[in-house]
Design a protein around this ligand. Structure first.
Ligand code: C5P
Length: 394
């Protein structure tokens, strides 16, 4: 899920620069919601932010919020970070001194999320002892200040007080959120979920893979800036944001979809639980109990293509291929064998059985490469996905 930045815009000439901040945050994969002070609306129209963010823009404490009478509390809880840019001397002073007399300052007081402030004001206001004291109080309280720049100010004065560059403001927010964008420009293919291999018109061979690991991998890569294609068997999960999702049923369909995109990828992760075999014949009607049809008692199976092994064999030197090995015993040993037989650069071995593996939200794993192995404690599939990509990038 995208992280949410609650962007407070205050009444300052630099309010228009908040639009560029919005774009920068969005490009970094964040959701932005805007709260404006009443004075800010004298400089820039809320419609501008509504169009940019495609979210409602809040101004008054007592305005009707969609379905929510206590808007400052819901806003404050929605925020992963509260950013106020530009922040006037007035709003800075109010937040430093615990004054909450409008929607923005009330939300800033109610939030438990980190706060980032980017002050912008006239040089004399900036250098005023009160402002400097307020900045000190806020910094001591853990508020991140994106210091104002020096230069030509809107009022004609020259000095410190100009809003920091939007790119620097965005960078500070990414820092505070610990958002990594280290996979920008990388093309990633992920397989996920089970495959289903039809027996007759209504029955099939499959397995209980939930697809959660593959979806977590696709989401992690996309959040970190990669272009991601997720090829998934039938699962009950929604498409992750900013990911191209190809939904398939059989192993052969999964193979074809992967084969079409693999050559252009930098990293391919094969986390699908692919059926190794499929019925040789698919009966095009429903097999009936009581008939003397041979197909009723005997299913001849033929082997499916091994997607990972085939792509592993085809890969060129600067592609990185990762396979999974769900094992009930000898996890490392079996993972190491697969590293060779499948021509992979990494095998993620994970113990399955009891409540582990299939369908669970957490996963325990060992990352096996030709250089060694690293054991990871049990963690969420999303956290594991990030650890896998950390290892690939390093
Ligand atoms: O050989 P085994 O099925 O245990 O290997 C598991 C790994 O191989 C996983 O990464 C899985 O996605 C991949 N695989 C595949 N195509 C198959 C079988 C397995 O890509 N037909």
């Amino acid at each position: 899920m995208k992280k949410t930045v609650l962007l407070g815009v205050t009444g300052c000439v630099a309010a228009y620069k908040a639009c560029e901040v919005v774009r920068g945050l969005q490009k970094a994969g964040l959701r932005v919601k805007v709260v404006m002070t009443k004075n800010a609306t004298e400089f820039i129209n809320p419609g501008q932010f509504r169009a940019l963010t495609r979210e409602p823009v809040a101004v008054g404490t007592f305005d009707d919020a969609p379905g929510d009478p206590i808007h400052h509390i819901s806003l404050s809880k929605e925020a992963d970070v509260v950013l106020i840019a530009p922040c006037t001397a007035n709003v800075l002073g109010k937040i430093a001194n615990g004054i909450a007399d409008d929607l923005l300052t009330t939300t800033a007081m109610a939030t438990t999320a980190p706060i980032v402030l980017a002050p912008a004001m006239n040089v004399n206001m900036y250098e005023n002892e009160a402002t400097q004291h307020n900045l000190m109080i806020l910094a001591e309280r853990g508020v991140r200040i994106v210091d104002a720049d020096s230069g030509y100010l809107a009022c004609g004065d020259v000095g410190k007080g100009r809003l920091a560059e939007p790119a620097d403001i965005v960078k500070t927010v990414l820092d505070v959120l610990e958002v990594k964008r280290d996979m920008r420009g990388k093309r990633v293919v992920v397989t996920a979920g089970p495959t289903v291999e039809p027996i007759d018109a209504v029955r099939y061979i499959s397995n209980p893979s939930s697809g959660k690991m593959g979806f977590a991998l696709a989401e992690a890569a996309a959040d970190r800036g990669a272009d991601v294609v997720l090829v998934t068997g039938p699962v009950g999960l929604d498409d992750p944001e900013d990911v191209e999702v190809v939904r398939v049923k059989t192993a052969q369909e999964m193979f074809n979809a992967v084969d079409g995109v693999f050559a252009d990828s930098d990293i391919a992760v094969f986390s699908a639980a692919v059926s190794d075999f499929r019925p040789e014949q698919v009966v095009d009607r429903k097999l009936k109990k009581g008939s003397d049809d041979d197909a009723l008692t005997t299913i001849k199976l033929v082997e499916n293509p091994d997607i990972l092994a085939t792509m592993g064999e085809k890969k060129h030197a600067d592609q990185y291929v990762i396979g999974f090995a769900a094992e009930t015993e000898n996890v490392v040993e079996n993972a190491r064998k697969k590293l060779e037989t499948k021509h992979a650069d990494m095998i993620v071995g994970n113990p399955v059985g009891e409540s582990k593996g299939f369908g669970a939200d957490d996963n325990e794993a060992v990352l096996v490469t030709k250089d060694g192995e690293s054991h990871l404690e049990s963690m969420s599939k999303r956290a594991l996905a990030d650890r896998i990509f950390d290892a690939v990038l390093s």
